[in-house]
Design a protein around this ligand. Structure first.
Ligand code: HEM
Length: 509
């Protein structure tokens, strides 16, 4: 009947009226379609009203999504709100209370990851740790990295390599100080973080044939492909058009060449080789036990570079930038570092660090204001759960805005100010840490998916910052008017401008 009616209209109507009729017809069909149970539950959640066809709320997300989401949450859902990002409903969690419900009370139901077309290509079907869906495979791979790379014992055993990397940085900065030249600290931190991960993962190979530089370049492309608000993720049907995927496939081929070569070199090491065991050796030795294919090993290796490099450099860059903006904090840190490490040392060592409470407070405060991953990695629900009085259906994508929580003025005194003192013994947040127990402060996440590398990161962060502060006094380059804190959002959030500072060799240490 409908077909006959449409055929009749087609013969009689003008193209404009035909288009209008078709549109009305589609709207009527849409309204008449029974809504799924999940849709009904989601529609009860608070949500901004300005939704466009097809785009949903995507047009409300600016170039700095953590800030847009924070503003939207303040007006439309301070605890939880629902955004329609393209065709994908996304739950945005912005308060510590709601974060606790997601990451503690219902952690096991929110511990999966949504499908990502690009991650699927780069990480061989998401068989890494960070993008793997929750389940036995993820449990096994996470166990491999936590027990064989990131335990406190392993981190301690990498100490000599870390100190060696610090020496290289100090030599470079000393040379700049002697020549009265500015140092690009963003670049220094970026190479340092990359080299530390390379040392732990691929051992003596990183600097061979400039591989460390190649890794950096490869990671930059990864960040471009995975970063930001990826259209493929919000219009999954677009993934079939292979717009982004084609680039990812090409890039993945380069990773394969690089990693296959490294794995082959490790596999052909003889028992007489005297080099220290690195993470690739370990992965090869436990390959059978954990039932890992070569493709799985490559995905895990890429994950370590991806997760471990930029995050650490960003944390260091922000800490130094904040210290430069707050000279009292810099003076306090200098005094502590130079008091705790004996005079005339070639370098501050890890023993010296344990008594540096202000240094630890600086790290916390900097991460509170500038979590390198302000929205964590998206989570995905695998069962219906109640959060803040709403039932969140299974299959919902969840974004946690830890940036907003770290700056929430109802949770933190002088929330926007850089005040490391708040974390000291006598400070108001002395008991707070970033181990996932204080839901106002989650730069590493919390629960099952918490970053497994907090020890590794802390060791890397403290040793380099303490040494740069011990040996040098820092100034802005001549003509500089201050430090530009403008942000740029990609895989992570970092300062847009590189941090150029003048080092002067400290005379009194
Ligand atoms: C300042 C440094 C770092 C920060 C701020 C950071 C932060 C994070 C965050 C926010 C997550 C996601 C948590 C979630 O989704 O709930 C994460 C996951 C992860 N991070 Fe880190 N991270 C850092 C350094 C590292 C390093 C150095 C490594 C390894 C060498 C690493 C390895 C991982 C892995 C494997 C995951 C995935 C965990 C999972 O999904 O089970 N991270 N990290």
């Amino acid at each position: 009947m409908a077909q006959v009616l449409l055929a009749h209209l087609y013969e009689q109507a003008s193209p404009q009226s035909l288009a209008l009729i078709l549109l009305l017809f589609l709207i009527a069909v849409h309204l008449a379609m029974p809504r799924s149970r999940a849709e009904k539950l989601l529609s009860k959640l608070p949500s901004p009203p300005f939704k466009l066809p097809i785009m949903g709320h995507l047009h409300l997300i600016g170039s700095l999504p953590h800030r847009s989401l924070c503003d939207l949450a303040r007006n439309h859902g301070p605890d939880v709100m629902l955004l329609r990002l393209g065709t994908v409903p996304t739950l945005v969690v912005s308060s510590p209370r709601a974060a606790k419900a997601v990451l503690r009370t219902h952690d096991h139901h929110f511990a999966s990851r949504p499908h990502s077309a690009v991650a699927n290509i780069l990480f061989n079907g998401s068989t890494d740790v960070a993008f793997a869906p929750y389940g036995d495979y993820w449990r096994q791979t996470r166990k491999v990295v936590t027990t064989h790379l990131l335990t406190s014992r392993k981190v301690r055993s990498n100490r000599a390599a870390r100190e060696q990397e610090v020496r290289l940085v100090l030599a470079r900065v000393r040379a700049a100080a002697a020549a009265r030249m500015a140092v690009d600290l963003s670049e220094v931190f970026s190479f340092f973080a990359n080299d530390i991960v390379c040392q732990a993962v691929v051992g003596r190979f990183p600097r061979e044939e400039g591989r460390n530089k190649l890794f950096r370049e490869m990671l930059e492309t990864n960040a471009k492909l995975l970063g930001g608000f990826n259209l493929d993720d919000y219009f999954p049907s677009l993934a079939r058009l292979n717009l982004v995927s084609a680039k990812a496939v090409k890039h993945k081929k380069r990773w394969d060449d690089l990693l296959d070569d490294l794995i082959d070199k490790h596999a052909s090491k003889t028992a007489n080789d005297e080099e220290e065991e690195d993470f690739i050796d370990v992965l090869l030795s436990v390959q059978q036990e954990y039932n890992l294919t070569r493709e799985n090993i490559k995905a895990i290796l890429m994950d370590m570079f991806e997760a471990g490099t930029d995050t650490t450099y960003i944390a260091l860059d922000y800490a130094m930038a904040e210290l430069m903006r707050k000279p009292q904090a810099m003076t306090k840190l200098q005094a502590e570092v130079r008091r705790c490490a004996a005079k005339g040392k070639e370098m501050v060592t890890e023993e010296d660090l344990s008594s540096m409470s202000y240094l630890k407070a600086v790290m916390k405060e900097s991460m509170r204001l500038h979590a390198p991953g302000p929205l964590l990695i998206p989570h995905f629900s695998t069962a219906d759960c109640d959060v803040e009085g709403y039932t969140i259906p299974s299959g919902t994508r969840v974004v946690l805005n830890v940036w907003a929580m770290g700056r929430d003025p109802t949770c933190w005194e002088n929330a926007e100010d850089f005040m490391p003192e708040r974390f000291l013994e006598e400070g108001m947040d002395a008991a707070s840490d970033f181990q996932g127990n204080d839901f106002r402060f989650l730069p590493f996440g919390s629960g099952r998916r918490i970053c497994p590398a907090i020890n590794f990161t802390t060791a890397t962060f403290e040793i380099i910052l303490a040494n740069l502060i011990y040996h040098f006094n820092w100034e802005l380059p001549p003509g500089s008017t201050g430090i530009n804190m403008t942000e740029s959002f990609g895989m992570d959030v970092h300062r847009k401008e590189n941090l150029l500072l003048m080092p002067c060799l400290a005379q009194d240490v």
